[in-house]
Design a protein around this ligand. Structure first.
Ligand code: PMP
Length: 379
């Protein structure tokens, strides 16, 4: 055959999450920790790599890491599921609680994978947009949940890409209103320190999602975990890929989790840098900067796409362009980097905006001059 038959027709309007790997000197697009693992952890990891049985399949449930996470959270291992990044666990939740004839509640603008995974599994998506300050419309959400047909709700908390936290009282109201699976995505927990963990005992439908990709400098390894009631974990285990977390990742994530206290200094440094970033952005004419509880900041700037391009091409700084996302027109998101990266970003943005203002003025005076000339000719 010289052809391949078409894939499922409902994939036609689904765009891949990201199609190209972009590189820049200053990488502030993916909310990663700007620092690699501390040297002492790299040394320990290097020492242990030789002991890995690369020829053997990994432990399917990442038992060692699972126990460490359970113990740290005052839970049993049966309440923990480790996955190939939070992304895999989001998909597992949708595979088990979504699918044809089932419904996901999405609260955009938010993390896009909830919608993408719902789409690709044939799950219906009900969307209740956030307001202009990116707050969840609590009244509308509770009313919709009360109808009883929602099977799974995703709440990114802090919300990526807007950075804000939903009030705990609202999350409790949601848990009290529905028996749907309520996934509170705490990917940025180490920065926000807000968690719904204390509410797990009373709410068997609560799932808390975390990742090693952000504060713990392990984005390359692909490791995440969720905390949930044992029955929920058992259901998720039915749909998950058995060997998705490889031995090397299990080793690295276990080491990092055991020694996670060493990340505290960097987390605090990043929170200080976030303050510098927010202060700098807020002081720039024409820029609106949104409050963030995470390691990134969303801001609105005129001609955002052109600014994004200038940052990349003229300054080798990569941020994320959200300006084509509904509700995020003219918005860019910048990850909190090192002090030097924040300084470099602010200086670059300042320069770009100053030159845009200058060319606007020039444009205006050029037009004015043309008008004057035209007027003179007319006279
Ligand atoms: N949830 C949210 C809100 C995120 O921002 C991300 C990463 N961008 C994830 C989950 C998934 O993270 P990972 O797959 O790297 O663990």
């Amino acid at each position: 055959m010289d052809r391949v038959r078409p894939s499922r027709p409902d994939l036609a309007d689904l765009a891949p999450y990201t199609s190209k790997e972009m590189r820049a000197e200053v990488m502030l697009a993916s909310n990663e920790n700007p620092r690699n693992l501390p040297g002492e952890l790299l040394d320990k990891l290097a020492d242990r790599v030789r002991d890995i049985e690369f020829n053997r399949y990994p432990d399917p449930m990442s038992s060692h890491l699972r126990s460490l996470i359970a113990e740290a959270n005052g839970l049993d291992a049966s309440n923990v599921l480790v996955g190939n990044g939070g992304d895999e666990l989001i998909l597992d939740c949708i595979l088990a609680w979504g699918g044809p004839g089932r419904t996901v509640l999405d609260l955009p603008p938010t993390f896009v994978m909830y919608g993408i995974d719902a789409h690709m599994t044939g799950t219906e998506v009900v969307r209740i947009p956030r307001d202009e300050e990116f707050r969840v419309d609590g009244e509308a959400v509770l009313a919709r949940l009360a109808e009883g047909d929602i099977d799974i709700v995703f709440i990114s908390n802090p919300n990526n890409p807007t950075g804000d936290i939903s009030p705990e009282t609202l999350l409790i109201d949601i848990l009290n209103t529905t028996d749907a699976l309520v996934v509170v995505d705490e990917a940025y927990f180490e920065f926000s320190r807000h968690t719904m963990r204390p509410h797990m005992d009373r709410h068997p439908n609560l799932v808390i999602l975390r990742t090693f990709s952000k504060a713990f400098s392990l984005a390359s390894m692909r490791a995440g975990y969720l905390l949930a009631h044992a029955d929920v974990v058992a259901e998720l285990t039915k749909v998950r890929q058995p060997y998705s977390v490889n031995r090397f990742t299990q080793l690295a994530a276990s080491l990092v989790f055991r020694e996670r206290v060493v990340f505290e200094a960097t987390i605090h440094e990043l929170l200080r840098n976030r303050d510098v970033l927010v202060t700098g952005l807020s002081a720039m004419p024409g820029v609106t900067c949104y409050h963030s509880e995470a390691n990134f900041v969303l801001f609105r700037v005129p001609q955002a796409s052109a600014v994004w391009r200038d940052l990349l091409h003229d300054h080798s700084i990569l941020v994320r362009d959200f300006s084509r996302t509904p509700g995020l027109e003219d918005c860019l998101r910048v990850t909190v980097g090192t002090e030097e990266e924040v300084r470099r970003f602010l200086a670059a943005l300042d320069e770009i905006l100053a030159s845009k203002r200058a060319s606007d003025i020039m444009g205006v005076s050029a037009t004015a001059a043309r008008h004057e000339k035209k007027g003179a000719g007319d006279a």
